[in-house]
Design a protein around this ligand. Structure first.
Ligand SMILES: Cc1cc2nc3c(=O)[nH]c(=O)nc-3n(C[C@H](O)[C@H](O)[C@H](O)COP(=O)(O)O)c2cc1C
Length: 176
């Protein structure tokens, strides 16, 4: 298992996965890490939906692609990952996006610490923010007033040694 700084350094958005499912132990460690993330005022307004049903992910892909003008036969929003986790929070909550951002990074780093690939997905929002998504939102199993904010694909990497995208580390100033 990688230490925290190594996992932060090595994590990349993984967009190609092996079809085999990660183990229950790996998944449960990732989900534990997610729930260990902090939340504003410790309100814990969050719900995770673990989706392994590939037929359902393909269905969602078609609906999302329709909103982003993509051909679902050429682009798979979830990159055919064996497991996708949807992160839902209370609609309109002041801190929900911050909470979801922190939670999802815990997921990605926990995954990377076990050499499991991940990619954060904001594109599904384009479908889930429309009225057409009502039934799919219900399907997420979250409380009624929650909505999916972010998704994350997870699985064993089919693509390794993806170079890091350059970061502008000069965007920093100090007040001493
Ligand atoms: C809020 C958010 C939404 C994102 N949505 C998508 C997405 O829908 N599809 C995708 O392929 N990557 C998505 N990404 C991944 C970014 O493109 C990626 O993190 C960025 O290019 C930096 O690359 P790295 O993750 O390999 O360091 C998203 C990242 C964030 C933080």
């Amino acid at each position: 298992m990688k230490n925290t700084l190594d996992a932060i350094r090595d994590r990349r958005s993984c967009r190609a996965y092996l079809p085999n499912m990660i183990t229950n132990d790996e998944l449960s460690k990732i989900l534990d890490a997610a729930f260990l993330s902090p939340s504003a005022k410790n309100m814990q307004r969050r719900h995770l939906t673990v989706i392994t049903n590939q037929a359902y992910l393909d269905e969602l892909n078609i609906k999302i692609c329709a909103k982003i003008d993509c051909d679902p036969h050429e682009y798979h929003v979830f990159y055919h990952a064996p497991v996708v986790v949807a992160l839902s929070s209370l609609k309109g909550d002041r801190w929900c996006r911050e909470d979801m951002g922190i939670m999802i990074e815990n997921i990605c780093l926990a995954a990377e610490s076990m050499d499991i690939g991940s990619v954060i997905l904001g594109l599904p929002q384009r479908y889930f923010e429309t009225k057409e998504a009502t039934e799919d939102i219900k399907k997420m199993g979250a409380p009624e007033d929650y909505e999916p904010i972010l998704f994350v694909s997870l699985g064993y990497k089919a693509q390794k040694d993806i170079p890091a995208k350059p970061r502008d580390t000069k965007r920093i100033s100090y007040i001493k």
